[in-house]
Design a protein around this ligand. Structure first.
Ligand code: ZN
Length: 564
């Protein structure tokens, strides 16, 4: 099996233009490239390549995808075969994941594959329905085209679930799509009362949610009606429920397109919802993403960190409620920004203005052109927050003073020049550079004290490395203790905690792992992974080219450690 890091590398490096040009000749057409489709017969070119986000789409036969998908289709290869071929072309060394897989794990992989295939079938249905010759499909199509443009919507695979109870159920029966799998991801539900299966999404524009490799793993469905037949209010958006391949707290909407640009620019743009992502990506702000829950989770932040270290937050502009200064969009972004800073990101904010007569506005409706996006003032999060915090302290529930509260935000910032730069900006909000510096030093001291306390009760990282007397050398761990006094090599990698999770809610720890060849990956350990060396080794080696060398000494070291 090919390791995940190879697939990632291939996706990052594979340049769609050069992949497609191995088979057909492309002609420039605006910001895209065109040719006659290699997958169906045609005289006028409707096959379009998008170099800006490394995807392709044929407006004739409706096929589309990324570089791996193109090679799979063109050469009739499986996913791993296509990855191997592209790895060769773009000079990515193949690393085989040779960990023995349990039967359970193999079954799970097969199940995941089956779900991907099922979603591809379902996707065809939703796209057909959007283009159907019915009044409701025409209404849906009009909505979609007005909102995101004809070409972009089609290339993105936006579809429609008609307002019927049996549409998808019937389609599945005639197209060999498993009803059981549809039920598992709750695209279809069972009614005990009527003894029948029924479509879960009805009368909704269907926006596909993809994993980072571009596989569909769920949908976000936007209703076109405010109420149902009984007059009850319908939720505007319904998202897929969690499944084996979709987890709301880990999935990031737009990551399949955004990751490449983010990796290049070291920046992600965070907006509130999937429609905002669609709009910004349609105007070539490709590094835009959204979470599909109410708040960004630490798991999602860790994924973003794998590609970029800078975040630009674009809040919705909501009219403030009675007696308040700031709307919910601003308050949400404050929460996101604080957490992101604590996790070591560099954070900026781009505020959009309220709509006409102070109505709600969001990134999707405001940023009609890329210039409109670029013209938005980009502010450093900390001074931006400071202004808000000091102007309307009553809207913030906190036990500390505004200055202490703002100083807390420096805890994750280590570079002195960055601290100086921000103090200068804060000095424009509230005069007093030495006052700010003092408050920051004090906040850091308080934090370190609390951290030390936590660490002494925290056996995780310390146990495995520091307590064993390991030292780091050239991205490996060595130990010099023992009778021989010769350095003993223990690993071909080192681990570095990505961030400390301050609240002790989660027993999850995230580390960056880097081997001596410079291959990097992110690994998460649950508490139980770190208790025994055997479990730890199993976890590490499932990542690919990261090896923990088992030796007889290990048992001794383990014993020593336990006896302490
Ligand atoms: Zn075609």
């Amino acid at each position: 099996m090919i390791s995940q890091s190879v697939i990632d590398q291939v996706q990052m490096r594979a340049d769609i233009k050069s992949v497609v040009e191995d088979y057909v000749q492309l002609r420039p057409s605006g910001r895209t490239l065109k040719c006659c489709c290699p997958f169906h017969q045609e005289k006028t070119p409707s096959f379009v390549v998008y170099p800006s986000n490394d995807t392709w789409h044929c407006f004739g036969c409706g096929e589309g995808g990324n570089a791996i998908g193109f090679v799979m289709k063109k050469e009739g290869l499986t996913f791993p075969e296509a990855v191997r071929k592209l790895a060769h072309k773009f000079g990515v060394p193949i690393i085989e994941d040779t960990t023995e897989q349990s039967e359970e794990y193999r079954q799970e992989r097969l199940k995941r594959e089956a779900l991907f295939v099922m979603y591809r079938g379902v996707q065809k249905y939703f796209v057909e329905q959007l283009n159907a010759d019915t009044p409701e499909a025409k209404e849906a199509k009009k909505y979609v085209v007005e909102r995101w443009g004809d070409e972009f919507s089609e290339a993105t695979g936006i579809g429609y679930a008609p307002d019927q109870w049996q549409g998808l159920v019937d389609y599945a029966k005639t197209h060999a799509i498993s009803i059981e799998l549809l039920k598992e991801v709750e695209l279809v539900r069972h009614s005990d009362k009527n003894h029948s299966d029924y479509d879960f999404f009805r009368g909704r524009v269907m926006i596909p949610i993809c994993d980072k490799y571009g596989n569909i793993i769920g949908y976000s469905g936007r209703t076109l009606r405010d109420t149902n037949t009984k007059g009850e209010k319908l939720p505007k958006y319904i998202n897929s429920t969690n499944s084996l391949i979709y987890n709301k707290s880990e999935s990031i909407y737009g990551i399949d397109i955004a990751k490449k640009e983010a990796n290049r620019t070291n920046t992600f743009v965070l907006v509130e919802g999937a429609p905002d992502v669609l709009r910004l990506q349609s105007i070539d702000v490709n590094e835009t993403v959204a979470c599909l829950g109410s708040d960004w989770t630490d798991e999602q932040f860790a994924i973003l960190k794998g590609y970029a270290n800078t975040l630009i937050l674009v809040p919705d502009a909501d009219p403030p409620k009675n007696g308040e200064h700031y709307g919910t969009g601003i308050m949400k972004v404050i929460k996101t920004g604080k957490r992101a800073l604590a996790l070591g990101f560099i954070v900026f904010v781009k505020e959009i203005p309220l709509g006409e007569n102070g109505t709600k506005n969001d990134a999707g409706s405001y940023c009609k052109t890329s210039q409109r996006y670029l013209d938005l003032l980009q502010e450093d999060f900390i001074p931006w927050y400071a202004k808000k915090r000091i102007t309307a302290p009553e809207q913030f529930t906190s036990n500390s003073t505004p200055v202490d509260d703002i100083a807390e935000l420096f805890i994750g910032i280590e570079q002195e020049h960055e601290i100086d730069r921000l103090i200068n900006l804060l000095n424009e909000v509230v005069k007093g550079k030495s006052m700010w510096r003092k408050a920051i030093t004090e906040a850091k001291r308080r934090h370190n004290e609390a951290n030390l306390k936590q660490q002494s009760s925290n056996v995780l990282h310390l146990d495995l490395f520091e307590k064993f007397g390991f030292q780091e050398k050239d991205h490996t761990y060595i130990s010099i203790s023992g009778s021989t006094a010769r350095p003993v090599r223990w690993s071909n990698f080192t681990l570095h905690p990505l961030f400390h999770i301050k609240d002790n809610l989660s027993a999850l720890r995230l580390f960056e792992i880097e081997n001596e060849d410079g291959d990097k990956s992110i690994v998460e350990f649950k508490q139980e992974d770190l208790i025994s060396l055997a479990k730890f080794k199993q976890k590490i080696e499932s990542l690919g080219n990261f090896v923990w060398l088992v030796r007889s000494e290990e048992r001794r070291v383990g014993k020593e450690c336990r006896s302490r």
